[in-house]
Design a protein around this ligand. Structure first.
Ligand code: SF4
Length: 323
């Protein structure tokens, strides 16, 4: 078995959306030929602007979004060809934490029942064992047993996110997809939840795919960082490599907006224009419409991946020795 918990190869995810008065459908190219490995026990962060495909990627991994083509292997098994019992096992091992905890908490259910539901569906534990798991898990997330008698609306945003985390943990998963888990919370609460996730990673021996647009949270939490742009990973490296030796012009622009994190006092790089629509992807390098270093080749050809170090990769023609 490899060191990778998850291996994604040449993944494409596309969905249809209606446009204009006549309601014609158009294809949204949300994830484009994306390949990425996630090592056991690491926190891999995926960073990028809103609309770059981060959430669609997470949903494709947890089978909430259909892939058009490509492969995702979890523990060496292709999740797209799993049979019913393999899928049931996969769903126990892989859990997701959403930005808005309301999406995983039923407002009409008491917290005890919310935590009990996945255990009833996915395990053969008896009532006694289920109760013990629920008590242990809720206490691990920093809440007391009394809260189990209450409904979601009786909690603050931070407490609700703790409950959503507990719900993700009751099945003792191996892999957590966390999609902007703190961005809806007050800044003072964000640090508490981030520290909780860090603690739980050690206690439960977890692997994380952590999606965020907040580079300071990523720097604090992640072991490696993947920078995503229009559905592609355009740079990947250890956290220090990305923050202190970024190579892609887009990564440099993202980081120039947070000089307090990198200590880089060079002028802020302001990108021209908005993120192009994933319904109308630019040819060649997808970043060429905003790149200050764009060359003729960038408009025609897709840059291949270049290796900077054994752990640091970038897709940009500036790093092709042939040019
Ligand atoms: Fe810019 Fe060209 Fe590199 Fe794309 S390949 S990031 S357009 S220099």
């Amino acid at each position: 078995m490899s060191d990778n918990l998850l291996e994604i190869k040449n993944l494409f995810v596309e969905y249809k959306s209606k446009k204009g008065f006549l309601g014609q459908t158009q294809a949204i190219h949300a994830v484009n030929n994306l390949s990425l490995d996630i090592k056991k026990g690491e926190i891999l962060a995926v960073a990028g602007e809103s609309g770059c495909g981060k959430s669609t990627l997470a949903k494709a991994i947890i089978l909430l979004e259909n892939a058009k083509s490509g492969e995702i292997k979890f523990q060496d098994e292709n999740i797209f060809t799993m049979n019913k019992s393999e899928l049931k096992n996969f769903r126990k091992k892989v859990q997701m934490i959403f930005q808005n905890p309301y999406s995983s908490l039923d407002p009409k259910m008491k917290i005890f029942d919310t935590l009990k539901e996945p255990l009833k569906i996915n395990t053969d534990f008896d009532e006694n064992e289920i109760e013990k798991i629920i008590y242990k898990t809720i206490e691990k997330t920093g809440l007391d047993r009394e809260c189990l008698k209450l409904y979601p609306h009786e909690f603050s945003g931070g407490q609700r996110q703790r409950i959503a985390i507990a719900r993700a943990l009751v099945l003792n998963p191996e892999f957590i997809l966390a999609d902007e888990p703190v961005s809806a919370l007050d800044v003072s609460i964000q640090a508490q939840i981030i520290n909780l996730l860090k603690e739980l990673k050690e206690d439960y021996n977890l692997t994380f795919l952590f999606i965020s647009h907040d580079m300071s949270v990523i720097k604090y939490l992640a072991d490696r960082v993947a920078i995503m742009y229009l559905g592609e990973i355009i740079e990947l490296g250890k956290t220090d490599e990305i923050f202190f030796a970024p190579e892609h012009p887009y990564t440099k622009a993202l980081l120039s907006s947070v000089p307090q994190i990198t200590g880089n006092t060079e002028e802020k790089i302001v990108l021209e224009g908005d993120l192009p629509s994933p319904a109308d992807l630019p040819a060649g390098c997808k970043f060429h419409t905003r790149c200050p270093y764009c060359m003729p080749v960038c408009r025609e050809k897709i840059p291949p991946q270049s290796r900077i170090t054994d752990s640091h990769f970038v897709k940009c023609f500036l790093h092709q020795s042939m040019l």
